[in-house]
Design a protein around this ligand. Structure first.
Ligand code: GDP
Ligand code: CA
Length: 318
């Protein structure tokens, strides 16, 4: 079975770990969000791709959900001693090596997809990890400070400001001219099942779908498309997804996110059991909906979620 997953960082990576356990023989292709990418200290940092790679490759800091295990911060401290920031983005020494290798390869002319493949040769994530695009896309968030509107990089909004001010708009800068990375459209067209994990619907899955051709390919794909709600009990399970959902005029409810994707895009939708009451509204919109436990408390619980998603995909395949 060929499964394609459109994934962001932590939520996507944790779900993928469960999916691998639930479908050990499946050929899994992950289309990763690169809208979170940022250039720091002259280095290209791809937080979502690395979170997937480290999580599936056994190198992730489990408590944090991002960054390397057994990390030290000597380089960061030395940079700070020079007064060189930003200090709000935590890059550890081990993590730095990844960004150095990536930047060196990009500088030598390799596209991001080839670089990602090379990095994965070390980590062996057990999935094929493709960036959504080899072209630069950078998510910016419009905010208002003292009555003045300005745009900040997504990481500045998320990590530095902790989404403490309202997002007025979310713009994937560069997306409109970006091309899907090699293999992305082919993977979608050849998929038996397409899954949207509990990743951020706006700045993760939404950004991937904003690359011209990807949304169209998902809509045109013969495979059933099933999503898992990142909203449980009318709030994000972790993080501040409600802030960016509000920016696109979507309520933070499991049903509203399903309707935001719409029946054209998703055939099936899983909500948590606490949101069972939302199923009728989702079904009325033409999306098959089931209420099952959706908390990724451990790998077994996450694998059970993945099995439910695959079962719903079979059901809607008709
Ligand atoms: P990303 O979007 O995959 O980069 O990862 P994030 O961790 O930033 O966001 C994932 C989204 O999934 C957030 O909106 C969370 O509320 C949600 N999420 C995180 N953990 C869980 C979980 O255990 N269950 C469900 N259903 N959603 C989760
Ligand atoms: Ca992300």
């Amino acid at each position: 079975m060929r499964i394609v997953v459109l994934a962001g960082g932590i939520g996507g990576a944790r779900f993928l770990r469960g999916l691998k356990q639930a479908a050990p023989d499946a050929e899994i292709t992950v289309i990763g969000n690169t809208g979170d990418d940022i250039h720091l200290f002259g280095l290209k940092v791809c937080p979502d791709l690395d979170t997937v790679m480290y999580t599936l490759g056994g190198g992730i800091n489990e408590e944090q959900g991002w960054g390397r295990t057994d990390e030290s911060f000597a380089v960061k401290e030395e940079l700070a001693a020079y007064g060189v920031g930003p200090e709000w983005f935590g890059l550890g020494d081990r993590d730095f090596a990844t960004h150095i290798v990536r930047t060196q390869m990009l500088g030598a002319g390799y596209p991001l997809s080839a670089v990602t493949e090379a990095l994965c040769a070390r980590w062996q994530p057990g999935v094929r990890l493709l960036p959504m695009s080899d072209d630069r896309v950078e998510t910016h968030v419009a905010i208002e400070v003292d009555g003045e509107r300005r745009a900040v990089h997504f990481q500045e909004y998320w990590v530095k400001l902790r989404a403490s001010v309202d997002a007025k708009a979310v713009v994937p800068v560069g997306a409109e001219t970006a091309k899907p990375a090699p293999g992305v459209l082919e993977a979608i067209a050849g998929a038996d099942v397409i899954l949207f994990p509990p990743s951020n619907p706006v700045v993760s899955v939404g950004t991937i779908l904003a690359v011209p051709g990807i949304r169209e390919a998902v809509v045109a794909a013969g495979a059933p498309v099933v999503g898992l709600s990142p909203i449980v009990g009318d709030a994000p399970v972790r993080g501040m997804a409600d802030k960016v959902l509000a920016a696109v005029g979507v309520e933070s409810t499991a049903a509203a996110v399903a309707l935001h994707y719409g029946a054209e895009l998703v055939d099936g939708w899983l909500v948590d059991t606490v949101d069972a009451g939302a199923a009728a509204e989702v079904e009325a919109a033409g999306i098959a909906c089931r209420a099952v436990p959706l908390m990724m408390t451990d790998v077994d619980a996450t694998a059970a979620m993945a099995r439910e998603a695959l079962a719903l995909a079979e059901e809607v395949r008709g």
